[in-house]
Design a protein around this ligand. Structure first.
Ligand code: GLA
Length: 373
């Protein structure tokens, strides 16, 4: 990319979800925040309809994909389906989008449940929006990115990840409300560093894939339970809902949705009051519900959570879709090393790879850093 005048650089964060898991597609609230791990995207408009994407791997080598703005689902696969899906979703919605050269770099691990896919789709959508002067707001960008993942990549996600990546703000979490159309978002102050605390991510190294398997199963079970209860979304279920169902599995799924929704409300009070011990308890209760009622945890996530708490964390839980990926722990800064060491030790004692652990801060959502206008 030699013509530096026309190169735009975007910095797009991943996210962790503090609480409110598997609620977005059930019409319930979540409290994710954008994190200070980013996909950096350099974009230069082209005169034709070609889209060239170079992705730099951590070892410095590059992968390349090319397609055109007429790309269709099934034309590309793997990592390139995310940028291609972002282009496709905008074109499908009737937006005039031209060709593009794109260079991607990332310090956001992929497959770790930290929404590197949402960072990619939101980043490419935001870049195309700015280059073509489409004037989309952050929610519209997030929803177009979600469509790319749902209908092009084939991953049936909700909207939480994309909304967090688009709306994040340093020092804040993003309360998302998918019960309205379009979904609502509001910022919730979250500055635990001032109180000597940190959120530690424990990346189990077990990769997850939302395009197949358990995630889609949970969506189907939730839709089935909602239909049996005569509800549009499961988050509308009352406290008596589990008793109206006979199937034990569906009862358990509903129980998670009801109790997790209550935990979101309680967490908002804890955040306002800076009641960190209370927030920690809520995180751990959320993990137990995801493990026992929603059945989306795995042995590595359970060990990460239990060990973090044993090492002094105020609370911990899996974050994101589950079946692998990452856990988060709310930890006093002084205990971060102890958590890292004990979790590493436990994993190695059963011949699992020592997980990557790192502290994350709430960061800004997708931001154009150079080349504006
Ligand atoms: C994944 C999906 C989100 C959400 C979470 C679970 O991250 O992409 O839409 O459903 O799982 O809360």
């Amino acid at each position: 990319m030699s013509d530096s005048q026309s190169v735009r650089t975007w910095r797009v964060p991943g996210r962790v979800n503090l609480v409110g898991e598997h609620l977005d597609y059930n019409g319930g609230p979540s409290v994710p925040f954008a994190i200070d791990r980013f996909v950096t995207l350099k974009a230069r408009p082209r005169e034709d309809d070609a889209v060239n994407v170079w992705s730099t791997l951590p070892d410095g080598s590059r992968q390349k994909a090319d397609f055109t703005t007429s790309v269709q689902p099934g034309d590309v696969d793997g990592w390139a389906s995310y940028p291609a899906g972002a282009v496709w979703a905008l074109v499908q919605a009737g937006h005039p989008v031209g060709g593009l050269d794109l260079v991607l770099e990332s310090d956001l691990p992929s497959g770790a449940g930290l929404s590197s896919s949402a960072a990619l789709t939101v980043g490419v959508t935001a870049a195309l929006d700015e280059i073509a002067g489409l004037g989309l707001d952050r929610t519209a960008i997030a929803l177009s990115a979600q469509r790319a993942e749902n209908d092009f990549v084939g991953a049936p996600t909700g909207s939480m990840d994309q909304l967090a990546v688009a709306h994040g703000q340093a020092g804040h979490a993003v309360l998302t409300d998918p019960s309205t159309d379009p979904p609502g978002t509001s910022l919730v102050p979250f500055q635990i560093a001032d109180d000597g605390l940190a959120i530690v991510v424990i990346d189990t190294g077990v990769s997850h894939d939302h395009a197949t398997g358990g995630y889609a199963d949970r969506r189907r079970e939730s839709a089935e339970a909602a239909a049996l209860l005569g509800l549009e979304h499961l988050a509308q279920a009352g406290l008596d809902a589990p008793y109206k169902l006979e199937d034990e599995t569906l009862k358990a799924r509903v129980r998670h949705v009801i109790t997790e929704t209550a935990r979101v409300r309680a967490s908002l009070r804890a955040l306002t009051d800076r009641s960190w011990a209370q927030l920690g308890t809520i995180l751990t209760a959320s993990h137990e519900s995801l493990r026992d009622d929603y059945a989306v945890s795995c042995a590595e996530l359970d060990v990460a959570v239990e060990t973090a708490i044993e090492a002094g964390a105020l609370g911990a839980r899996m974050t994101g879709g589950g079946f692998g990926g990452s856990a988060i722990a709310l930890v006093e800064t002084a205990d971060v090393e102890r958590v890292r060491a004990l979790v590493g030790e436990r994993f190695e004692s059963v011949q699992w790879r020592r997980p990557a652990t790192f502290v994350v801060q709430p960061a800004d959502g997708a931001t154009l850093v150079t080349g504006q206008g």
